[in-house]
Write a protein that binds this ligand. Structure first.
Ligand SMILES: Nc1ncnc2c1ncn2[C@@H]1O[C@H](COP(=O)(O)OP(=O)(O)OP(=O)(O)O)[C@@H](O)[C@H]1O
Length: 251
């Protein structure tokens, strides 16, 4: 569903992502792990058009994306979340979901005319979808609460719900359970598995190995910008080169 081919990212003279070719398959949760600074987030940033690729190709459904710009990547069906959730703190859970479902090209006008009459039917439609999405991610009870009143884990769930409002084919999650209490982490994991069961290709960067072991069917390991290993989660984590990378052998 999502593929990178020989992707390279440079920051100044530093190669941060080096010839990385990964596949995120439909209906699967694919893990992307590796020590701090390995280039994982930069890879997601590049795939979603937030940083520029030096060379390489990103394909969605086998078709190369001609230009990697965030709105074009989103329009191709790729959604993402960030390490620190990005949302509108002064809006409620439901409003945040509604806004996330608005067509990207008209987002600013949509925001300014949020309550205007000629947007009524779109708002009604999006509100219905937002209620369904709030229920799907388990946030019905707090759907009228402001986003800044939610717990860290609830904000992670809201961010996933926001990403799902555009019905993506690919969902990339950057550390979805980092700093989240175990109860909400299980809820997040269950939500992610359900998203994959719907046929979405889910890619997850996560340092929590317990989460990776339990939820990822396939895992890629990055170290110092390169792909170091890949395979089944349990197999990959036993490999000497992976252990060495985590212990600092590749620094
Ligand atoms: N905007 C930037 N400008 C310059 N260097 C950057 C920038 N963003 C990241 N880097 C560098 O690129 C390298 C890869 O960083 P990146 O955040 O992608 O790693 P990561 O694997 O996601 O790490 P972590 O697990 O700690 O989030 C690091 O050396 C980092 O310092």
């Amino acid at each position: 569903m999502l593929e990178t081919r020989a992707l390279n990212v440079r920051f100044g003279g530093m190669r941060v992502v080096k010839d990385v070719s990964l596949t995120f398959a439909a209906g699967q949760v694919t893990g992307l792990i590796g020590p701090n600074g390995a280039g994982k987030t930069t890879l997601f940033d590049c795939v979603t058009g937030f940083v520029k690729a030096h060379t390489g190709t990103v394909l969605v459904d086998g078709r190369p994306l001609r230009r990697l710009a965030p709105h074009l990547v989103a329009a191709a069906g790729v959604a993402r979340t960030f390490q620190t959730p990005r949302m509108f703190d002064s809006l409620t859970t439901l409003e945040n979901l509604v806004v996330a479902g608005a067509p990207a090209s008209s987002l600013s006008s949509f925001l300014t005319t949020f309550r205007a009459r000629h947007h009524r039917s779109l708002v009604d439609l999006l509100t219905t979808r937002a209620r369904e999405q709030a229920a799907f991610v388990g946030l019905t009870e707090v759907r009228e609460n402001r986003a800044d009143a939610l717990s860290g884990g609830q904000r992670k769930l809201l961010e996933i719900g926001r990403a799902l409002m555009r019905e993506p084919k690919v969902l990339l999650l950057d550390e979805p359970v980092a700093g989240v209490n175990p109860v909400l982490a299980r809820q997040i994991a269950a939500t992610i598995r359900q998203v994959a069961e719907r046929g979405v290709a889910v890619g997850v960067i996560e340092h929590n190995m317990e989460f990776v072991m339990a939820n990822c069917t396939h895992v890629y390991v990055m170290a110092q910008g390169s792909e170091l290993a890949s395979g089944a989660a349990d197999d990959v984590r036993r490999r000497p080169e992976v252990l060495e990378a985590y212990l600092g052998g590749h620094q």
